[in-house]
Design a protein around this ligand. Structure first.
Ligand code: SF4
Ligand code: SF4
Length: 446
């Protein structure tokens, strides 16, 4: 049921979202087979169509918001339903509004919820705190304490979410390896253009080699790479959990941090962050001071694979003679509709065999912090993903999102598979001769 438009300030997040939605659900059900939570449960309420009905009922005042909290929480936010939808329903925006409404309705103190908010709203936006945390975790691993606790079985006594967090922990690099990428990197001539790189909140501490490879490959292809030093977390994880005010604050900070550069493109190597940056125009549409800046900013955002496929990769490229399985990050495939560019880049590397993986467009269970909130469902999806990946016998799995990389690394380790998980730009960097590259990682392949 459509209500007469009300002033924006008087609307709840869901009322605002439905009133400003450009399209409506036509109840066709085309999205149902692509929805992991529907496929797992067979319940309409756990499907995109069912969730839209629930959210519409709340917006219409026919249902109290706490009644839909569990179903919105159970949703992965993978946005596979958007790719399948013939009506163009932007489910991700509805979900964020629904979660914001649930969040606004909650009262009282819950330790788990407080901890989650502290991590999202205090820890991640602070590079110094993230680096301190990484230092602590590096010490936990390097001292042998992690190995001892894992072997003792004591970690099984942890609450499930904390245990899931511990299990996901990648080997944390030492301080020397966590050095920031240069603020300005000159291109290989002739200069192709200028880009500004979003380095992310987690990547510099836990996967620094991805940012280093991104800079190297962009520079090798003629791009001058600027890295604004005042950038912070982009707000993606906050928005996905319904902390929209926190996400808006971080979006304003990010736009301001990048304002000093007149680079043609803002380049992102994390699918979730890229989808967020491209949605800043929507996120800040009611902010009079930032709305037009946010819309213009979003127009300049590109995934690194989009930039690098503007022209054929520059030569020379060394052979990377590996069987490679590419897995689509949901926020690249469904959130940005980018499927072919990463594949096109990998296919230009001599000797590389790109494998076709069944269900490569299905969620791996990472889904932001879903694997911490719903470890059982995340593990079920991870097992399904690993079975498909293992079926093509890869030597290397690549995917362009840090959360997916950590999730898949955990699955590979659990199953004892002899396969690495890397970002596509790392493979490109090997082809440009980065470090010992493929020779160090895969001595048998060269
Ligand atoms: S976002 Fe993913 S899990 Fe959620 S309703 Fe859509 S397809 Fe299902
Ligand atoms: S595919 Fe789109 S229009 Fe059809 S039921 Fe799903 S959300 Fe609604």
């Amino acid at each position: 049921m459509q209500h007469a438009p009300q002033p924006t300030a008087a609307l709840s997040p869901l009322q605002h979202a439905f009133q400003h939605a450009e399209t409506s659900c036509i109840q066709c059900g085309f999205c149902l087979p692509t929805c992991p939570t529907y496929r797992l449960t067979g319940q309409e309420a756990a499907s995109p169509r069912g969730r839209i009905d629930l959210m519409q009922a709340v917006a219409d005042g026919d249902l109290p918001v706490h009644e839909i909290a569990a179903q919105l929480d159970f949703c992965l936010g993978c946005r596979a339903c958007e790719t399948a939808c013939p009506a163009g329903v932007e489910f991700g925006k509805l979900l964020e509004a629904g979660r914001a409404e649930v969040r606004d309705s909650q009262s009282g103190f819950h330790l788990g919820a407080w901890l989650q908010r502290w991590c999202l709203e205090e820890l991640l936006p602070s590079p110094a705190l993230v680096q301190q945390g990484a230092g602590f975790l590096h010490g936990y691993q390097a001292s042998g304490l992690q190995h001892m606790l894992r072997a003792s079985g004591l970690l099984r006594l942890l609450p499930p979410r904390l245990a899931a967090m511990e299990a996901l922990l990648p080997p944390v690099p030492a301080l020397a390896a966590r050095r920031p990428v240069a603020a300005d990197t000159a291109p290989a001539p002739p200069e192709q253009g200028q880009v500004a790189l979003l380095t992310g909140c987690i990547m510099p501490a836990f996967l620094p080699e991805v940012n280093q490879a991104t800079v190297q490959v962009l520079a090798a292809n003629g791009y001058r790479v600027h890295v604004p030093t005042s950038q912070r977390c982009c707000g993606a994880l906050q928005a996905h959990t319904g902390a929209l005010e926190s996400a808006r604050h971080l979006a304003r900070q990010t736009i301001t941090a990048f304002a000093a550069t007149d680079a043609e493109w803002i380049v992102v190597n994390s699918a979730g962050c890229g989808a967020m940056l491209k949605a800043y125009g929507h996120l800040l549409q009611d902010d009079q001071a930032f709305a037009s800046r946010a819309a213009a900013f979003s127009q300049r955002v590109r995934d690194v694979s989009e930039v690098l496929t503007e022209a054929p990769l520059r030569q020379p490229l060394l052979p990377v003679p590996l069987r490679v399985a590419y897995d689509d990050p949901c926020h690249l495939m469904h959130g940005q509709q980018i499927r072919q560019p990463p594949r096109a880049l990998l296919q230009q590397i001599p000797g590389l065999t790109l494998l076709t993986v069944p269900e490569s467009d299905w969620c791996c269970g990472s889904a932001g912090i879903y694997n911490l909130l719903h470890p059982d469902t995340a593990q079920t999806l991870l097992a399904r993903k690993l079975a498909h990946l293992a079926s093509v016998a890869p030597q290397l799995i690549v995917t362009g999102n840090p959360g997916c990389m950590l999730q898949l690394r955990q699955g590979v380790a659990q199953q004892g598979l002899a396969v690495e998980v890397r970002h596509p730009v790392e493979v490109l960097a090997w082809a440009y001769g980065a470090g010992a590259g493929v020779r160090e990682q895969f001595p048998a392949a060269t």
